[in-house]
Ligand binder design. Structure first.
Ligand code: GDP
Ligand code: GDP
Length: 438
């Protein structure tokens, strides 16, 4: 089970590490056991009442400095915030409100994470109240007067904090791989679901989806659990009241959003249709991992070259998904259906994967030394300062450059390919975010 994350944000010297040490005590940093992961941030286990969580100190955040390393700290804070269920913004009550606090507050207000404002170094109760009051103007709600050294005031803050953590029973779901079976009507989604269930005897239980738009089934294979999200089963009943097109597309969109990996089912007899392209566009927009399941392979007359011809034709239409794995199956005869979940494992792993900043920068350095960024007609050359992965699912890498406009599509595709080739992100989209100096 993955514990929810609490991010501690604030200027240098406000008492962040003192606060984190107080909460986490001498408990060791959390070491993630997924292969290939060494994080740049340290997560310490902590708890309050009956809730366990992990707390991460994001480093001193400063906005008004030109030093080269500051964007990196900021990026780390941003990355921590993306994962966090709640943020604690720590300020120094003895020092009073600063311009830096205002800047951080403004930045935090633009994030979607709930923020609790804690005014530290308020040892004396009466004075503390007065010190804390000054911070109301940050517009982040009630300032909690605390002392990280003495522990006073932290109880109330933590009582509030745990109300923002996701319910404990929701977190268990994280161990499942959520797989949506998506495709136009009649491509064979129900048949495929049945074939998958037939292959994997240990069905846990059919679960009615959180919405009535899909029927979820959980299956177990080895030590892995998969939640299959099927949109086909209830289609016909709903069609009575609403247009078929509206519902099938809309329900598919919802299922895509809930999934980690999409089994994108395509009828080999029809090829890639306009409707398929519409679904593909949505899958891309949502950043999901994809397996192209080309169904009804039994119905095709074939010789040795046929698969490659079909593959070429399909990938030409779905060129923007060139990274997706592709498999030709027959849901009817069961041909190759048993291979699908292996592909799901690979795609789900890539989709969740985190790569350290140092590895990313090694790849970048190598890439730039083989092929330097383009130079504009005015002789200005693009420069990449460094890159860092800011989030996963899908893997998203921020690249800090002198000016994003200096990197044309060709060069961007080159860098994208380098990340794929060197880091092996199989079956998942990878987002590159090009950021300029400002
Ligand atoms: P960080 O840079 O935000 O991690 O800050 P530190 O935790 O290193 O603390 C900076 C300084 O503030 C240290 O000298 C701490 O001893 C002091 N400090 C931290 N918490 C408190 C507090 O609750 N009261 C007082 N008076 N000083 C504190
Ligand atoms: P759904 O609407 O996407 O759920 O599609 P169904 O699973 O209901 O299948 C639609 C039609 O395609 C049915 O007549 C199936 O028998 C047929 N079908 C499904 N899979 C295959 C396959 O692998 N080969 C062939 N030849 N027909 C299939």
């Amino acid at each position: 089970m993955k514990l929810p994350i609490v991010a501690v944000i604030g200027r240098p010297n406000v008492g962040k590490s003192t606060f984190v040490n107080r909460l986490a005590g001498d408990k060791q940093a959390i070491v993630y056991d997924q292969p290939g992961i060494t994080r740049d941030r340290t997560y310490r286990p902590a708890f309050w009442q009956d809730r366990d969580f992990q707390i991460v100190d994001t480093g001193g955040l400063v906005f008004d400095d030109e030093t080269e390393f500051l964007p990196l700290i900021r990026q780390q804070a941003m990355a921590a915030l993306v994962e966090a269920s709640v943020a604690i913004f720590l300020v120094d009550g003895q020092f009073g409100l600063t311009e830096g606090d205002r800047e951080i507050a403004e930045w935090l207000r633009r994030q979607s994470v709930p923020v609790l404002l804690a005014v530290n170094k308020c040892e004396s109760v009466d004075l503390g109240m007065a010190q804390a009051a000054e911070f109301w103007e940050l517009g982040l709600g009630n300032p909690y007067a605390i002392s990280a050294i003495h522990g006073s005031g932290t109880g109330e803050l933590l009582d509030d904090l745990i109300t923002h953590l996701p319910p404990a029973d929701l977190l268990i779901e994280d161990d499942e791989t959520k797989v949506a079976i998506i495709g136009r009507p009649n491509v064979g989604k129900s048949s495929l679901l049945n074939a998958l269930l037939g292959e994997n005897r240990s069905i846990v239980s059919p679960i009615s989806g959180t919405t009535r738009d899909a029927i979820d089934t959980t299956i177990q294979r080895g030590d892995k659990t998969y939640r299959l999200i099927d949109t086909a089963g209830i289609r016909r009943k709903k069609n009575v009241n609403y247009g078929a097109e509206f519902f099938s597309i809309n329900r598919s969109f919802k299922a895509i959003r809930r999934s980690d990996v999409v089994l994108f089912v395509i009828d080999v007899l029809d090829g890639v249709t306009e409707q398929d392209l519409k679904l593909a566009g949505r899958i891309i927009d949502e950043g999901r991992a994809v397996i192209l399941v080309i169904n009804k392979w039994d119905a095709v007359e074939k010789d040795t070259g046929t698969i490659n011809e079909y593959k070429k034709e399909i990938m030409a239409r779905l060129y923007f998904m060139e990274w997706a794995q592709i498999i030709f199956v027959s849901a009817m005869t069961g041909q190759r259906v048993s291979k699908i979940l292996n592909m799901v494992d690979i795609a789900a792993e890539s989709h969740r994967r985190r790569v350290t900043t140092s590895v990313i920068n090694e790849v970048l350095e190598e890439a730039v030394s083989w092929h330097s960024p383009p130079t504009s007609r005015q002789g200005k050359q693009g420069r990449i300062y460094y890159g860092t992965q800011v989030t996963s699912q899908p893997p998203t890498i921020a690249l800090f450059v002198n000016d994003p406009k200096r990197f044309n599509d060709n060069y961007r595709r080159y860098i994208d390919r380098q990340f794929r080739d060197q880091l092996g992100f199989t079956g998942t989209p990878v987002k590159l975010v090009w950021r300029g100096k400002k």
